[in-house]
Design a protein around this ligand. Structure first.
Ligand code: FES
Length: 121
């Protein structure tokens, strides 16, 4: 188990549906873990544009005011990206990059062991 030494369990396989993400607080850092089918990806849960929670991508009700009634943003499992639920900036789940602006948000190593989803901060 040496290779997962500094990893922390955030969820179990099956907790995060395919094409969706979930937010976690890991040691005070807000991360979102997304399931693309082939892999799980851990990325900062805060969009660098106006700090929307990326784990809400694809949901209908994304804030208290229920501003949008349709799904906003979501995961593209083929392109391996998530688009932000607020203004649809598209983030690369692997690199944390938003190509159009050149901005980058944090990404974290994520692995599965014995049915547990583990993240290294
Ligand atoms: S807050 Fe994410 S695109 Fe604006």
């Amino acid at each position: 188990m040496a290779h997962t030494e500094n990893f922390r369990k955030v969820a179990e396989v099956g907790d995060i549906p395919l094409g969706e993400g979930e937010g976690f607080d890991v040691g005070g850092i807000e991360i979102a873990v997304f399931n693309t089918g082939d892999e799980y990806y851990a990325i900062s849960n805060r969009c660098s544009h106006q700090h929307a929670p990326l784990c809400k991508a694809g949901e209908r009700k994304i804030n208290a005011e229920d501003t949008w009634t349709d799904e906003r943003g979501g995961v593209d499992t083929e392109a391996c990206t998530v688009s932000c639920p607020w203004h649809l900036w598209e983030w690369d789940l692997e690199t944390g990059e938003h190509e159009a602006s050149g901005q980058r948000i944090g990404t974290f190593d994520c692995t599965v062991e014995d049915g547990d989803i583990l993240v290294r901060i």
